[in-house]
Design a protein around this ligand. Structure first.
Ligand SMILES: Cc1cc2nc3c(=O)[nH]c(=O)nc-3n(C[C@H](O)[C@H](O)[C@H](O)COP(=O)(O)OP(=O)(O)OC[C@H]3O[C@@H](n4cnc5c(N)ncnc54)[C@H](O)[C@@H]3O)c2cc1C
Length: 291
């Protein structure tokens, strides 16, 4: 199956109740770096497995029984919605509990939630992806979808930065993409080791190495707050229209469907209005450091 790039946004598939997680079995756990793992899961119920769909950039709520629930972007191939991957960085109670789950274990999953990346707007244009650290997770489905449809966009560029070479998420895949003519990949690290021969410095430095046709370009950004801010502003300075710059945001989240108010962002909810926002829609909120 290949991902149809302009399908309508999949709606949550959570049984009768949007709060109700559905059992999903962990089928593989891959360690990405010292604190990050990719969990592959399959819904236990075959019917659910067959009808679940997600769009690149959407997220699920993963529930660890007895511990709690948190939001995680789907990081797998949208053309294979029967096997869902989430890439999880250990920060607190839920992620620590997930870390202890082995293949065969069962988690609760509800979703998909939110608005993802604007796949339909990428047609015939240049797409520049800027990701930092684990921020590459919600962008990986975009890369999969565009590589499966190589003539859909004119050009695909991935600029990725992380602290050290050992911190790279999807390191093997990044190396494979570097050899793929359908995508230009530039990876930078803040601190190199002896074996690192690539660029050193913050990811926005990589922008100098890429010629951007401003009016033709769609920019997708996901990373730590400071990266989102600097990358978005830098592309605006290169005259990319703010309507063509998209940023995926993270806020503390509870329900996932705009009921609890936890993820309020100015007058918006990250869970239902986002997590991917068009920069022009959030520019005024974005300008306020503390929000
Ligand atoms: C739409 C969306 C998609 C996400 N996708 C991923 C993903 O693909 N992989 C991943 O590892 N994480 C992702 N996250 C973040 C993840 O949901 C949080 O880190 C979550 O709180 C982890 O739960 P916990 O119980 O382990 O940590 P907690 O006990 O909730 O928190 C531990 C620490 O992290 C801080 N923190 C928690 N949540 C956030 C947040 N959203 N932003 C900034 N700081 C926070 C807390 O203040 C605390 O200091 C996503 C969040 C959102 C909203």
């Amino acid at each position: 199956m290949t991902h149809t790039l302009s399908t309508p946004r999949p709606e949550p598939l959570c049984g009768m109740d949007t709060w109700m997680p559905l059992p999903a079995q962990v089928t593989a756990v891959d360690q990405e770096n010292f604190n990050t793992w990719t969990f592959t899961t399959e819904f236990v119920d075959e019917e659910i497995r067959n009808i679940y769909r997600f769009a690149p950039g959407q997220f699920n709520m993963l529930y660890v029984p007895g511990v709690g629930e948190a939001a995680f972007s789907v990081s797998s191939d949208p053309a294979r919605p029967d096997t869902l991957a989430h890439t999880v960085r250990r920060v607190g109670s839920v992620t620590r509990a997930l870390e202890r789950i082995e293949p065969g274990g069962v988690v609760g999953l509800r979703g998909p939630f939110g608005h993802g990346w604007p796949m339909d707007e990428m047609q015939g244009r240049d797409v520049v992806i800027v990701a930092g650290g684990i921020g590459i997770a919600p962008l990986r489905p975009v890369v999969y979808a565009l590589l499966q449809n190589p003539h859909y966009c004119k050009r695909l560029v991935l600029l990725y930065g992380c602290r050290t070479p050992a911190d790279r998420v999807y390191a093997d895949e990044l190396e494979a993409w570097e050899d793929n003519d359908a995508i230009e990949v530039l990876v930078t690290v803040d601190n190199a080791d002896r074996d690192w021969t690539g660029p050193v410095g913050v990811v926005t430095n990589l922008m100098r190495r890429v010629k951007v046709a401003a009016q033709e370009t769609i920019v997708l950004v996901c990373g730590p707050k400071v990266l989102n801010r600097v990358a978005a502003w830098s592309f605006l300075q290169l005259h990319v229209p703010p309507e063509q710059v998209f940023v995926s945001l993270e806020r503390n989240m509870n329900c996932g469907f705009a009921r609890c108010g936890h993820c309020q962002y100015g007058g918006k909810f990250v869970c239902s209005d986002g997590p991917v926002f068009r920069f022009s829609e959030i520019a005024s909120i974005f300008a306020k450091e503390d929000i």
